[in-house]
Design a protein around this ligand. Structure first.
Ligand code: PLP
Length: 411
């Protein structure tokens, strides 16, 4: 008989995006004349930068020439890409990261999910609430969550760090000792950020408690303000306590191409039960070699092209385009008298649902009265209730139209 991993039975069905899709499908079927604008899902819409396309074409051609054909590549990523990452994402910001501290992958979802493999099951995990759901669900699957409390909407062994207007969307340090801390800044879903001083508190906490910070900076390219760190390693001491996740998905439109990377400095250590220090870099390297055969050569050449002079110009154009949408959303909400957060250093705007409505009720109003789709905040955690996410990843025309509708009809 084969027995299942019963942790999977503790997972709560996520009805968020499927419920949204069902509601939208029903509405459009019943109202075929209405043009619904979708500002819900966090996927990009702009085509890939030309430099990436050219690099992929070239790489495909190489694959057809026997002298240049590539079979299995290094599991950790090709040297040309690891080098480009070190030079452009770290050295240029005065951060000293070595090439063998970079692990190239097929995206940050896999990395933020798979990283749980190298941690003991009895580590105490802290997440923000609301949160990008991957951090929570992968810890449930690997047995760190305990039972789900239906009434509270939380797991018994997970430490939740509420982020809400009352604390300016800045998580407070946990009162108890936690071992693994997930932080994501610029934040999905709230679109808010932490400055260096605020991030420093977390690095100090992690140092004092021998904890690890799992820092997701998938949206760093959208930062527009000067004093906001793009990498946690801009904070002194973070190289001893933090693992960083990056993605080309939103930075360069790679959601369908798939490429990302993890940074694990060799100085980041965990402990055996006997108290022996072990480098997480060494564990992740072992895991990667065992379970992964590397991201595709063609894709890695495309990622390398992101760092070329032309590539940088082209991704900036796309990012500026999305951030202009974010501005249109912010200004529209302001005119409509709706309180909002984020949208300055992130492609997400997190708005406060008007008094008396739940996130889902607001979703229905927006869909039915204004034909605009967003994401109810309660889908990201209990403290997301009363909030709503709009994304800047739509087209400019649709974003303008959506905000016109919200302004003219009011909420
Ligand atoms: N991390 C965060 C915070 C995200 O919002 C997303 C995607 O929406 C990801 C990671 C996943 O990125 P990737 O496309 O590289 O898997």
């Amino acid at each position: 008989m084969s027995y299942i991993n019963e942790n999977f039975l503790e997972l709560q069905e996520s009805y968020l995006f499927s419920t949204i899709a069902k509601k939208v499908a029903k509405y459009t079927e019943e109202n075929p004349d209405k043009k619904v604008i979708k500002l819900g899902i966090g996927d990009v819409t702009r085509p890939l930068p030309k430099s990436c396309i050219e690099a992929m074409h070239k790489a495909v051609d190489e694959m057809g020439i026997s002298e240049e054909f590539k079979g299995y590549g290094p599991e950790q990523g090709y040297e040309f890409l690891r080098k480009a990452i070190v030079e452009n994402d770290y050295k240029s910001r005065g951060i000293d990261i070595a090439e063998d501290e970079i692990f190239v992958s097929d995206g940050a979802k896999c990395d933020t999910g798979n990283i749980v493999d190298i941690f003991a099951k009895d580590n105490v995990v802290a997440i923000t609430d609301p949160v990008y759901p991957v951090y929570l669900d992968t810890n449930v699957m690997s047995g760190r969550s305990g039972k789900f409390n239906l009434q509270q909407g939380t797991y018994e062994n997970i430490v939740y760090l509420p982020v809400m207007a009352e604390n300016d969307f800045k998580p407070e340090l946990p009162k108890q000792k936690v071992d693994m801390i997930y932080l994501c800044f610029p934040n999905n879903p709230t679109g808010t950020v932490l400055n260096k001083e605020e991030l420093k508190k977390w690095v100090e906490y992690a140092k004092e408690n021998h904890s690890i910070i799992l820092y997701d900076s998938a949206y760093e390219a959208f930062i527009t303000e000067d004093d906001i760190p793009h990498s946690i390693y801009e904070v002194e001491g973070a190289k001893d306590v933090a693992i960083e996740f990056r993605s080309f998905s939103k930075t360069a439109g790679f959601t369908g191409v798939r490429c990302g990377y993890v940074v694990i400095p060799k100085t980041v250590k965990g402990y055996t039960k006997e108290g022996k220090e072990i480098s997480y870099n060494q564990l992740w390297n072992r895991r990667t070699c065992t379970k992964f055969n590397g991201a595709s050569y063609i894709v890695q050449r495309a990622a390398e092209a992101v760092y070329s002079e032309e590539g940088q110009k082209q991704i900036k154009e796309n990012i500026d385009y999305y951030m202009e949408n974010a501005k249109i959303i912010r200004e529209g909400l302001e005119e409509a008298g709706i309180t909002y957060y984020g949208g300055v250093n992130a492609p997400y705007v997190w708005l406060k649902v008007p008094e008396g409505k739940t996130s889902w009720e607001f979703f229905d109003t927006l869909l039915q009265d204004m034909n605009v789709v967003g994401t109810p905040g309660s889908g990201f955690g209990p403290h997301g209730e009363g909030y709503f996410r709009l994304t800047a990843f739509g087209t400019k025309e649709n974003t303008i139209k959506a905000m016109e509708r919200i302004k003219s009809k009011g909420c």
